[in-house]
Design a protein around this ligand. Sequence first.
Ligand code: DAH
Length: 341
Amino acid sequence: MLDQLDTLERQALASLESAQDDEALQRWKIAHLGRNSPLMKIFDQLGSLPKEERPPVGRRANQVKGALEAAFEAKNEALRQATLQQALQTERLDVSLPGRPPVLGRLHPNTITLRMIYRVLGDMGFQVFRSREVESDDYNFGLLNMPPHHPARDMWDTFHTTTPGVLLRTHTSPGQIHVMRLYAPEPIRVILPGMCYRYEQVSARKETQFNQVEGLAIGRHITMADLKGTLVDFSRRMFNQDVHIRFRASHFPFTEPSAEVDIECYLCGGKGCGVCAGSGWLEILGCGMVHPVVLRNGGYDPYKFSGFAFGIGPERVAMLRHRIEDIRYFWVNDMRFLEQF
Ligand code: DAH
């Protein structure tokens, strides 16, 4: 039995050599020190040995057990160290490296332009008034002097909802009615910024969603000269003091008379090029004197009150100021574009 213990020890220690990971090590422990291991069987048989053989066999068995346990601990520790060393090698961390600077967020070019518009018009006494993006047919068209089936509605390709009479506003002009109904008969000087939606064929100049900034001034004795002065001053402060602008007669059902304001093309300086379609001018807004019907719908007596309104396309303004050639850049979330501002 003593020989058996020697062999057993030798074999166990030899097979421990080949255990290379934790799993193999645990398997080895069960095989050689576990309940059913040959060594434990010998302990079980001790009682049935002749009396004089028990002490030497018992002592030797305990020695072997101690030796195997020690070898197991040593191997376990060695494996642990090896794993640690490997981790230290592969996950090396140099705490002396300087930290990475955090990436600073920035404002969207549209936000920058909108804030500039707010500042310029705010200096002239216009306050920001928020109005809804989901509108009724009545506010978007009817109350703006475009009754159902009026052909002028074709100027706005509209996203209708499945609820009859509810649509995504095609312009910020319905806000005029909201603000007038809230303040009539007080004088008004507001701007109404926000998203508008149109069922457009998307192109370099047209998007299905875009911002507008509506302006509205209502009071007594407001004339076209006030409109012109406001918009000339606005353009000079948005672009530069020498910018060339022109008022071009136009038509909107909610203003009379109506005009559009063009800015001299930034690319060709007015000579005519691809960006301005050869005209030398780029349109930035529509405007006019508030139509008497609209004044009345807002709760003002058109015999006593008058007013002017305008609708600016801030994306257009941003494109002009930063020479952006494609309106689609604004909403595709391309960092290469956004990081330039
Ligand atoms: N709502 C017009 C549009 O989206 C723009 C506009 C034109 C607004 C004339 C006005 C205005 O307030 O007076 O095309």
